[in-house]
Design a protein around this ligand. Structure first.
Ligand SMILES: [Zn+2]
Length: 247
């Protein structure tokens, strides 16, 4: 029985698209609750290559929501644990671990190697760098954010949809994170799943609407908020990449 038989019989997939996935590659930045599940779904789904990046180690407070890790992994580098486990999930996918914080110039190098970039980070500093790198090199990326009982997903296809800087002109000065507001453990996996559905569609060459999806994981409600590209967006309209300073 084929590993992908249940995926191939899907009306939205088929043999050709499954074959196409095996030639595609992704970079997942951040391997927490969201990035950990994103990387699993991409690897299990049959992408050819999945680059994974994180600089952190597994701590006890990660375990209530970060499904890739268990108690035996405590204290180990997330990127090492993830590489081991992901390779066991699907040996047909090449899993390439990248340890450490990505400087803007290294990030740019990796962005050019892959077909899509997936956001598993928890901070806007990194997301603004990802946005600049992806817009500059015309690579699609998916913004995925979670906080408390809700989350956001936004597919960004440079030149077609609004980018992160169309939505947020400047880096927020102060914003809340899961360490200050907490996180319901079902939210990261829900947001990761939505991000991966959108990623498959982008990899298949489908056009996506310019929009951000807001998910309320307590009331169970999804809202699709249309977004317009901003004519004066520094990144996608003016081609100014303020966050790609060498680091
Ligand atoms: Zn823009």
């Amino acid at each position: 029985m084929d590993r992908y038989s249940r995926q191939i019989i899907l009306e939205k997939f088929g043999k050709e698209r499954q074959e196409l996935l095996s030639k595609k590659s992704a970079l997942v930045i951040g391997l927490g609750g969201t990035g950990g599940l994103i990387s699993q779904l991409l690897v299990r789904g049959g992408l050819g290559k999945v680059y994974i990046n994180d600089y952190d180690s597994v701590t006890l407070s990660n375990l209530h929501r970060q499904l890739l890790y268990d108690e035996l992994d405590l204290g180990r580098k997330k990127v090492d644990v993830a590489a081991e486990k992901l390779s066991r999930m699907n040996s047909e996918t090449r899993v390439i671990p990248i340890d450490g914080k990505l400087t803007p110039s290294i990030l740019e190098e990796y962005v050019q190697k892959v077909d899509i970039v997936m956001d598993g980070t928890d901070n806007f500093e990194t997301r603004f760098v990802i946005n600049d790198a992806c817009v500059k090199h015309k690579k699609p990326w998916i913004y995925a954010g979670v906080l408390a009982t809700y989350g956001n997903v936004m597919p960004i296809i440079p030149g077609k949809t609004a980018c992160l800087r169309c939505l947020m002109r400047d880096l927020p000065v102060k914003y809340e994170t899961t360490s200050t507001r907490g996180i319901l453990n079902s939210i990261p996996s829900a947001i990761a799943s939505m991000a991966v559905s959108l990623a498959f569609r982008i990899l298949f060459g489908e056009d996506l609407d310019s929009a951000i999806y807001y998910y309320d994981g307590w009331e169970i409600r999804i809202e699709k908020i249309p977004l317009k590209r901003q004519e004066d967006c520094p990144a996608c309209s003016l081609g100014r990449f303020d966050f790609l300073r060498p680091g």
